[in-house]
Design a protein around this ligand. Structure first.
Ligand code: ADP
Ligand code: MG
Length: 891
């Protein structure tokens, strides 16, 4: 069955929408209907190349200054009726554009595929049951439930909205949140005015809602404009921009030299046409044709290597920025710790109890001084509050105890079960009438129940928030007495010092059936404390050490108590014993300058509100730091955007946070950030390797032509031969560098200062050195073999082989930036040897194959010539090896 595609969902009552889509708010669709509609409507996804058309993308490949020179050169060659030269030059231009086009498309596809691989689940109502499903399988007629932090999965007609706020920037460009409701609006309203609709791709920043899916995938408003979206920015990175500036410089230099050569040669009376041809040779020689493709490929390889290590890059520039990260600000719970909560200690009736057992299996008991205790009175009230003021679930699946919802809350179900309390029965006996959901900024949760004929509000949250609101507590007989604030505070500190996360419980009787914050503002009766263990991740301990060694600072940011945070931090090796934490309250009192000083020394920030993370990022950045900041909630989004690398949690994070982040951790693990930094540095290394490998050849070729013109001798290499060298070596030799494994010492030095030039003095000197060596060897052997009576073709073949052999030899020097090439293992990169083998084969063909001889004006050369070629290549490798040892580049 196909559904009527009626416009104007926003203009009719939601009942009519349900009727039109043959669905209902009570039950949703049946699985059978949903499956049928999925076939009819297709998956709820917008793929295909969003953005520019293929033709335009191809055309844009020619829009590069260096390619302009090549095209003009080809034109000149054609004008001179040098057809072979013209053909090859245009061939190179075309091949180059094709490679660029394919690589760019592949890189874009890979990025898009990775972005999709971060599954986006939605809560949907099917056959009367709420379930979590992959948003891709949504169909029109589905009923979905949204909460703050969700991304709207399809176009929805809202039928239930509670304080719903949505940002529609992706659709309307308007970044402030708009309120949504359920009432129909005028039929001619624009997108922005359709307040009873929620559109695919927009973000829920507050409230809750139920919506009816009216269109999916390409049928959504976002799907309709997908073709218009501009994807130009996606592949630009600081490095590619720097390369663009570099190319422009190169362009000026090459043109200048070409003009110089042309003028000097002409003044000397050389034939004008020869001089033009020389200018063409100079231009094609000095242009590093393979560079743009190499950069894209290297970055793309970096992205896929990071994905293998569970870090999904959402914005390509992040690959490079990761390499220069100087500070990581990490959440504690779930990132540095396992997020495996187990209640270990209780405080009720002024006494401390121990809870035994590990994990979520409810096997264990509540004891005091080694003896199991009878759970009754205030202790029972405490555990019951933990169960009722709770949204988590606990179930045994195939012998494994698994949880749904917040681990902090699941731990409370486990502790209650250990005391013999069953959450399902308790939830039936004390039905929930209303609630105030937990929120990191509020730091508590409250729920209203009908318990034993009374209306009771149960509250749980951070000690600092709950305890000041308590006036009474229960004595052993369940009678209220004045709360002993000091004793409770002491007991909670003792628990926190053990690294336990402490939750405070309280209750108050009310006579309203709805709940608001005012009702729990004071006069509460203290019930007790539950303290839970969340063990530090062992992988994080090593990762923190690795970061320290690499000059990357690690700071913990948590909503938890300072004492708990410090205890965990010292277990992680993140803080020294006796170190101080800075709390959110103290932080709020500091002005921007004071904060700048404070952020440098403090490693642990506790009781921090999400909004304060933004201030921390800004303070660190003001100190010149490159900041990676983690986050998972809606309120973390501003900090994630402001950070140099926003890092979102793939498993436990909201869609809003993922949308704001540059990188998503699929395992929420701190160690993954460290791995990504390592990869980021490796990628940058490999880019530098390619650049310092490729530029000397261009430099050397340019010099050879310039010298020939200035000295008035025949060109030792023709433009055609230069293109042959550049294209074949770039693809076969240079690309191997993109596949180099990460150098082992990559985390052994401080991060690259942001904004530092790609090539420092040492590397520029090396490029000049190798360029000059190539010039001397090629020119020298060319002249020598001409003097020995070789033909021009033979002498030129010698010169070409000097360049290629020199590049192969120098490739060994470029495999490792900081040590000799054998540091990285002889056979750790199969591409390296494969590339060299292929290159040697091609040179043999170039030299001996008659067909190649005809096209490239090459000729077979004698064995002595080969010996001299090999000797000069070995000499180049040796000189660079010595130079590397003497300078010991540490970057
Ligand atoms: P973090 O994620 O950095 O550990 P949270 O913001 O989640 O910090 O928690 C801050 C504090 O809020 C905790 O120390 C705890 O006291 C309290 N808290 C955490 N989760 C809940 C919850 N589900 N219900 C009530 N209070 C909570
Ligand atoms: Mg939390």
């Amino acid at each position: 069955m196909t559904l009527p595609d009626l416009p104007g969902w926003h203009a009719r009552p939601h009942d009519a929408a349900f009727a039109a889509l043959d669905s209902s708010a009570a039950d949703g669709l049946s699985e059978a209907v949903a499956t049928e509609r999925l076939v009819a409507h297709g998956p709820n996804r917008i793929d295909a190349h969003a953005g520019r058309s293929a033709l335009l993308r191809f055309a844009l490949q020619f829009h590069q200054p260096l390619i302009y020179i090549l095209i003009v050169s080809g034109g000149i060659a054609a004008f001179l009726e040098e057809w072979a030269d013209a053909g090859v030059i245009f061939g190179v231009v075309l091949v180059n554009a094709l490679i660029g086009f394919i690589q760019e498309g592949r890189a874009e596809d890979a990025l898009a595929a990775l972005a999709r691989s971060v599954a986006s689940d939605v809560t949907v109502l099917r056959a009367g049951q709420r379930r979590r499903i992959d948003a891709v399988t949504l169909v029109p007629g589905d009923v979905v439930w949204l909460a703050a932090g969700d991304k709207v999965p399809a176009d929805l007609r809202l039928f239930d909205a509670r304080a719903l706020q949505v940002t529609e920037a992706s659709l309307t460009g308007e970044s402030t949140a708009v309120s949504k409701g359920v009432e129909p609006v005028a039929a001619d309203s624009g997108i922005a005015e359709r307040t009873c609709m929620a559109f695919a791709g927009t973000l829920v920043v507050a409230g809750q809602a139920g919506g009816l899916v009216v269109s999916t995938g390409r049928g959504t408003e976002t799907g309709r404009i997908a073709d218009l979206l501009d994807a130009t920015e996606t592949l630009a990175t600081p490095l590619t921009k720097a390369m663009e500036r570099f190319s422009n410089w190169l362009l000026v230099i090459i043109l200048g030299l070409a003009v110089l050569g042309f003028v000097v040669g002409s003044l000397r009376g050389e034939p004008l046409l020869d001089m033009l041809m020389a200018a063409v040779a100079l231009a094609v020689g000095a242009i590093p044709e393979g560079l743009p493709a190499a950069i894209t490929v290297t970055l793309a390889i970096g992205v896929s290597r990071m994905a293998k290590r569970r870090a999904i890059i959402r914005r390509l520039p992040a690959v490079e920025t990761l390499g220069s990260t100087t500070v990581i600000c990490s959440d504690k719970t779930g990132t540095l710790t396992e997020n495996q909560m187990t209640v270990r200690a209780l405080l009720a009736d002024g006494q401390r109890f121990a809870v035994s057992g590990d994990g979520y299996a409810p096997l264990g008991s509540v004891s005091q001084d080694g003896g199991t205790v009878e759970v009754s009175g205030p202790l029972r009230d405490l555990l019951v509050a933990g169960v009722l003021c709770n949204d988590a679930g606990l179930a045994e699946v195939d012998g494994e105890w698994t949880i749904t919802g917040d681990p902090t809350e699941a731990a409370l179900l486990v502790s209650a079960r250990k005391a013999g309390l069953d959450e399902n029965r308790l939830r039936m006996e004390g039905p929930r009438l209303d609630e105030i959901a937990f929120d990191s900024a509020r730091q508590y949760m409250a729920s209203l129940h009908r318990l034993d004929g009374q209306l009771v509000v149960l509250v749980k949250g951070a000690l600092e928030v709950i305890l000041p609101r308590c006036t009474t507590m229960l004595d052993a007989d369940g009678e209220p007495v004045a709360a002993d604030i000091e004793a409770i505070d002491t007991a909670s500190r003792a628990m926190a010092a053990e690294g336990l996360r402490v939750l405070t419980f309280a209750r108050i009787e009310v006579n309203s059936e709805t709940l608001d914050e005012m009702q729990v503002a004071g006069g509460l009766c203290f019930l007790g404390l539950q303290a839970m263990l969340d063990p530090p991740r062992q992988a994080a301990v090593q990762a923190i050490q690795a970061c320290r060694a690499a000059g990357v600072k690690v700071k913990m940011i948590t909503g938890d108590h300072a004492v708990t945070a410090l205890a965990i931090a010292s277990q992680l090796g993140l803080a020294e014993p006796g170190e101080k934490a800075l709390t959110g309250r103290e932080l709020a009192l500091l002005d921007a300058d004071q904060l700048r000083v404070a952020v440098e020394d403090v490693n642990v920030f506790a009781r921090v509100e999400p909004e304060q993370k933004l201030r921390l990022v800004q303070a660190l950045q003001a100190n010149g730091e490159v900041v990676a900041m983690t986050g998972d909630g809606v309120n973390d989004a501003p900090a994630l955007k402001a950070a140099n690398i926003g890092v979102a949690m793939g498993a436990g994070g909201t869609e809003v946070a993922k949308e704001a982040a540059a990188m998503v951790l699929t395992d929420d693990n701190f160690a993954t950030i460290e791995a990504a930094i390592e990869e980021g540095r490796g990628v940058y290394d490999n880019l530098v390797k390619f650049i310092i490998w490729t530029l000397p050849t261009n430099f050397g070729e340019g010099l050879v032509i310039l010298f020939a013109v200035l000295a008035g001798v025949t060109l030792p290499i023709t433009p055609l031969q230069i293109l042959w060298i550049n294209m074949t070596t770039a693809v076969l030799l240079g690309m191997a560098l993109a596949f180099e494994p990460i150098q082992k010492d990559v985390m052994g030095h401080a991060p690259r200062p942001p904004g530092a030039p790609i090539l420092d003095g040492v590397l520029i000197r090396r490029i000049v050195l190798v360029g000059v060596l190539l010039l001397v060897a090629a020119f020298g052997l060319f002249l020598r073999w001409q003097a020995l009576g070789a033909s021009l073709e033979e002498a030129r073949t010698v010169a070409v082989n000097v360049f290629v052999a020199g590049e192969i030899a120098y490739l060994f020097n470029c495999r490792n930036l900081r040590g000799p090439f054998w540091c990285c293992g002889w056979f750790s990169n199969p591409w390296f040897w494969g590339g060299i083998g292929a290159m040697v084969t091609l040179q043999a063909l170039f030299t001996w194959l008659p067909a190649m001889n005809r096209v490239f004006a090459s000729a077979p050369i004698p064995a002595e010539a080969w010996l001299e070629i090999l000797a000069s290549a070995a000499f180049i490798a040796l000189v660079v090896g010595v130079e590397k040892r003497l300078t010991r580049v540490v970057r």
